[in-house]
Design a protein around this ligand. Sequence first.
Ligand code: MN3
Length: 204
Amino acid sequence: RHTMYKLDDLKYPYDALEPIIDKQTMELHHGKHHQAYVNNLNNAIEGLDLKANTIEELLKDLKQVPEAKRQAVINNGGGHYNHTLFWESMTPGGAKEPQGDLKKAIDETFGDFEKMKDLFEKAGAGQFGSGWAWLVLEDGKLKITSTANQDAPISKGQIPLLGNDVWEHAYYLKYQNRRPEYLKAWWNVVNWDVVTKRYKENLS
Ligand code: MN3
């Protein structure tokens, strides 16, 4: 059995996140970079007999992928999964703060929302080279972390709630070398409704 992955359209136009993320960056990031991860993932798994039906099932159990193809699946499957979560976590004019139980858990874990954002920005700024900053659930607890390249938290048993892409392709046209500025501005386009929902669904 063999799933072909595809790139979904964004739920908002490429210019919807202006001025925080510019239209050209969105066009290239979604239409070229993410599309390339999907294409390369499909090439990597072509002809393989995999148990996985979904990208989550694939990344949670990488041992099902033959060793010769595994790094390509980590890179491109992770690229597909991480970016899908990234697009879904942003919207123009979304809820600007976490709500309800997630807000409570953030306050209990990090002190308050501002401290959580600060830790997240530090994780993103401190990730050497390309990678991601994350808010994840691990053993039912919130945690700020980062990953290199396209490594996906779900491959380490963590559940990603929110991730920001700190590859230069995500911000360089507008922010150039100023990654910390991009990380700070990015909060303006995060959709906390979606993150709060993801938290509820995964806490069980
Ligand atoms: Mn990217």
